[in-house]
Ligand binder design. Structure first.
Ligand SMILES: [Zn+2]
Length: 695
C-alpha cells in the first residue's frame, strides 16, 4: 500500500459532513500527513509566485487564501486532539512538528516572489476596483507578511525564522508542562474529616474523579477549576485548602523536567528580539500595533481606570471577611486560601445565597438547551443532535446547525457544532472555542462554499453515573461565553478564509463571547431554563432576585485578580532590555510595585500563564477581556434600550456587523455600524460596581 491509501488523513474524508475520520486516525498518521500537506502548500505558493501573468487579486490573494487547505485540515485536527484528548504519542509528535510548522510559516511569509506580487497590489490598492472585503483581505495579508518578516534583509530573515522555530518549541513545551503538573496532583480525601464542609455536589464530583483515577472509597480533588474553586470555597480544613492552593498556584514552578521558569524567561527574551528586529522597542509595542488599542498607553489607561477602585472594593470585602472570621473565633491572618471560604460565608449571611441551593437549577443539559434557545430566538438557529456521529471521545456531542434565514430548499446545515464539556486528564485546563474548518466561499476558484465545523471545550466536573452535572452560575456563564465564540465561527458569512469567523483583531475577539453571557442573566431566560433538576420547577423569583443582588459581590476580589494578571502580562512584554529577569522575581516586584494585595492573588501566575506562553495569541493581550467588556457592556445596552433582550432589529444588526462579518470590516467601524455610535466606558464600570452609585 502507498502512503496515500494507508493514511486516513490523506484520503478524502468520506464522512458525514466531511468531519475528520476520528476512529481511524492514530498518532503515527500525523507526521507523514503534515509532510505531504507542507509540500502541497509549498508547491501552491511557488506556483503563485511563478505565475507569468501580472499580479491580480484573483491570481495572487484569492489563490493564497485557498492554499494550504490540507495543512489546515490536518493541523486543526491535530491541534484539537492535542488540546482535548492528548497522549504521550501525540505530545511527542507535537514537540517534533512545532519548529517545522513555524519554519514553514516563515518560509511562506518570506517567499520573495509571492511577497513582491502582494506588495505590488498593495501599492495600487485604491485603483484595483476591489470590493470592501477584498480590500480588507489585501491589507490583512500584506500586514501579515510584513509582521512575519517579509521586509527584513536576508540575515535578519534567517535569524527571525530561527526565533520563530525556537518559540514554537518553547510554547509547546510550556503547555505540556502545565498539563503535567495538573495531572500529577491529586488531593485524596479518605474520610469525613478530610471532606469537612464540602456540600454534596463537591463530594459527588470528587468521588467521580476518584473512580476515574482508580482510587476506591475515596474522593479526589484535582487542579481542574471546577474542582479546585469549590474546594477552596467550602472546605473547612484550612490545612488542606492551603495545600491545594499552593499546588494550584505553583503549577510550572517546580524544579525538574517540567519547570516553566526558564522557559518563560527564554520566551520573553526571544519575543523582545523579535520585536526589535521589526524596529519596536518591546514586544508589547509590536503586538499592540495590530489591535484596536494600538499602543501601551491605551491599555494601561483602561487598566488604571479599574485598578485603584477595584483595590478599594477588595479592601471593603476584606473587612467583611475578617469580621465574619472573628465572629467565628478565627483570628489567623487572612491568606489567599481563605478568601473564597470566608467570602462564601459572608455571601450566605448577606444574601442568604449558597452555591448548594443554586446549582440544582443549573443542570448542564438544561443550560445547553438555554444557549441553543437563545441562539434560536436571536438568530433563528436550530441545533439538531447527531447521536450517530462519533467524535474523538464518547463525551463529545455533535450537532448540525440549521438557519431559518438561509433555509433555501434543502435542509443542509450552515455548520457543525461539537460540544465537549467535561474535564479529563487528557484535556488541558480552561475553556475555549476552536474549529476543525472555517467558513469561506473560496474553497475552489468557482467560489465553492465551506461550512464551518466549530468546537466548544469546557472543563466541568462530571456528575456521578446516573446523576446530572450541576453547574455553578459562573460555570453556566463560561458555557454561554464559549458558545458566543462558537456563534462567531458558525455565523461567519464572508468570502475569504483570511477574514472568516473569529480571525479578528484580538481585542475584538472577546466581544461576541462576553456579550452572549448577558442573556444568561436575563430573568426570562432563567425562568424558562433554570429548572430544578429533580422537580422541573422553575427557579423561584426570590432566588433570581438574590442572584442579581449578589452580582456585584466579591467583584473587588475578581477584578483585582484579573487586573493584576493583565498588568503583569503587559509589564513582562514591555521590557525593552534583552536581559530578562527571573520571572518569579519579576512578578513579585511588579505586584509589589502596583500594591497588589497578597491575600487576593492573580488569575494566572507567569509560570502557568498559558494565555501568554502556550501559543502567543494573548501575549501582551490579557487585557483584551476588559477591552471587550467595554464593548459588550455598552453593546448589550442596545437591547436594554429596545426594551427586549431578543429585539429583532437589534439582533439583525448584531448578526450582520458583529457575529457574521469576521474581519471583513474594520472592528471600530463594525461596532459603530451595529451600535450607531462609538462605545462608552461607563456601562463596564457600572457593571463591575466600580463607579459611585448616585445616593
Ligand atoms: Zn473567550
Amino acid at each position: 500500500m502507498t502512503l496515500a491509501t494507508s493514511n486516513p488523513l490523506l484520503q478524502p474524508w468520506n464522512t458525514p459532513y466531511g468531519l475528520p475520520p476520528f476512529e481511524h486516525v492514530r498518532a503515527e498518521h500525523f507526521e507523514p500527513a503534515f509532510e505531504e500537506a507542507l509540500k502541497q502548500q509549498r508547491a501552491e505558493i511557488d506556483a503563485i509566485g511563478a505565475n507569468p501573468e501580472p499580479a491580480t487579486f484573483d491570481n495572487t490573494l484569492a489563490a493564497l487564501d485557498r492554499s494550504g487547505r490540507l495543512l489546515d485540515r490536518v493541523g486543526e485536527l491535530f491541534h484539537n486532539l492535542t488540546s482535548s484528548e492528548t497522549s504521550p504519542a501525540l505530545q511527542t509528535v507535537q514537540l517534533r512538528m512545532a519548529p517545522l510548522l513555524a519554519a514553514h510559516h516563515s518560509a511562506i511569509h518570506m517567499h520573495k516572489a509571492l511577497f513582491e506580487r502582494i506588495d505590488a497590489l498593495y501599492e495600487r490598492r485604491e485603483r484595483l476596483g476591489l470590493t470592501p472585503e477584498e480590500k480588507r483581505v489585501l491589507e490583512r495579508f500584506h500586514f501579515d507578511f510584513v509582521r512575519a518578516g517579509a521586509k527584513l534583509g536576508p540575515a535578519e530573515q534567517t535569524r527571525y525564522a530561527q526565533i520563530m522555530e525556537r518559540l514554537a518549541e518553547l510554547t509547546t513545551r510550556f503547555g505540556q508542562n502545565v498539563l503535567a503538573d495538573e495531572s500529577a496532583f491529586q488531593l485524596v480525601l479518605r474520610n469525613d474529616a478530610d471532606a469537612a464542609g464540602l456540600p454534596d455536589f463537591v463530594r459527588a464530583a470528587a468521588r467521580q474523579a476518584a473512580s476515574e483515577r482508580g482510587i476506591p472509597d475515596a474522593m479526589v480533588i484535582t487542579l481542574s477549576r471546577s474542582h479546585i474553586v469549590p474546594f477552596l470555597t467550602f472546605s473547612d480544613r484550612r490545612d488542606l485548602r492551603e495545600q491545594a492552593y499552593r499546588a494550584w498556584t505553583g503549577r510550572g514552578e517546580h524544579p525538574g523536567e517540567h519547570d516553566n521558569r526558564p522557559i518563560a524567561r527564554e520566551i520573553l527574551r526571544l519575543r523582545n528580539e523579535q520585536a526589535r528586529l521589526h524596529g519596536y522597542a518591546s514586544y508589547a509595542d509590536y503586538a499592540l500595533a495590530d489591535t484596536m488599542a494600538g499602543r501601551q498607553s491605551a491599555v494601561t489607561g483602561l487598566l488604571a481606570q479599574v485598578w485603584e477602585p477595584a483595590k478599594a472594593r477588595a479592601a471593603e470585602e476584606r473587612e467583611a471577611l475578617q469580621a465574619l472570621a472573628l465572629s467565628r473565633g478565627d483570628t489567623a491572618k487572612l491568606e489567599a486560601w481563605d478568601w473564597r471560604y470566608y467570602a462564601e460565608k459572608v455571601r450566605q449571611v448577606r444574601y442568604e445565597l449558597d452555591e448548594a441551593t443554586v446549582k440544582p437549577y443549573f443542570a448542564l443539559d438544561r443550560m445547553v438547551e438555554a444557549v441553543f434557545d437563545c441562539a434560536q430566538r436571536l438568530f433563528g438557529l436550530r441545533f439538531v443532535e447527531q447521536p450517530d456521529i462519533k467524535a474523538y471521545h464518547p463525551d463529545v456531542k455533535v450537532y448540525a446547525v440549521h438557519d431559518a434565514a438561509r433555509g433555501e430548499g434543502g435542509d443542509s446545515p450552515i455548520g457543525i457544532f461539537l460540544h465537549d464539556n467535561f474535564a479529563r486528564t487528557s484535556k488541558r485546563s480552561g475553556a475555549w472555542m476552536s474549529s476543525l474548518r472555517s467558513q469561506s466561499r473560496n474553497a475552489a476558484a468557482d467560489g465553492a462554499g465551506v461550512t464551518p465545523v466549530i468546537l466548544n471545550n469546557n472543563n466541568f466536573a462530571k456528575g456521578a453515573p446516573g446523576e446530572p452535572t450541576l453547574l455553578s452560575f459562573d460555570d453556566a456563564s463560561t458555557l454561554f461565553h464559549e458558545f458566543g465564540h462558537g456563534l462567531h465561527g458558525l455565523l461567519s458569512n464572508v468570502t475569504y478564509e483570511r477574514v472568516s469567523g473569529t480571525n479578528v483583531l484580538r481585542d475584538f475577539v472577546e466581544l461576541p463571547s462576553q456579550l452572549f453571557e448577558h442573556w444568561l442573566a436575563e430573568t426570562q431566560v432563567l425562568k424558562r431554563h433554570a429548572r430544578h433538576y429533580l422537580t422541573g420547577e422553575a427557579i423561584p423569583d426570590a432566588l433570581v432576585e438574590k442572584l442579581k443582588a449578589a452580582r456585584l459581590f466579591n467583584q473587588g476580589f475578581e477584578t483585582v485578580r484579573y487586573t493584576a494578571s493583565a498588568l503583569v502580562d503587559m509589564a513582562a512584554h514591555a521590557l525593552t532590555d534583552a536581559d530578562v529577569p527571573d520571572v518569579v522575581e519579576f512578578e513579585r516586584a511588579e505586584l509589589a510595585g502596583i500594591g497588589a494585595p497578597d491575600d487576593v492573588g492573580m488569575n494566572h501566575r507567569l509560570t502557568h500563564f498559558q494565555h501568554l506562553f502556550s501559543g502567543s495569541s494573548y501575549a501582551a493581550g490579557y487585557y483584551v477581556y476588559l477591552w471587550a467588556e467595554v464593548l459588550d457592556a455598552d453593546g448589550y445596552e442596545a437591547f436594554v434600550e429596545a426594551g427586549n433582550p431578543f429585539d429583532a432589529a437589534v439582533a439583525a444588526r448584531l448578526r450582520r456587523f458583529i457575529y457574521s462579518s469576521g474581519n471583513s470590516i474594520e472592528p471600530s467601524q463594525a461596532y459603530r455600524e451595529f451600535r450607531g455610535r462609538a462605545p462608552t466606558v461607563e456601562p463596564m464600570l457600572k457593571g463591575r460596581g466600580l463607579v459611585a452609585q448616585p445616593a
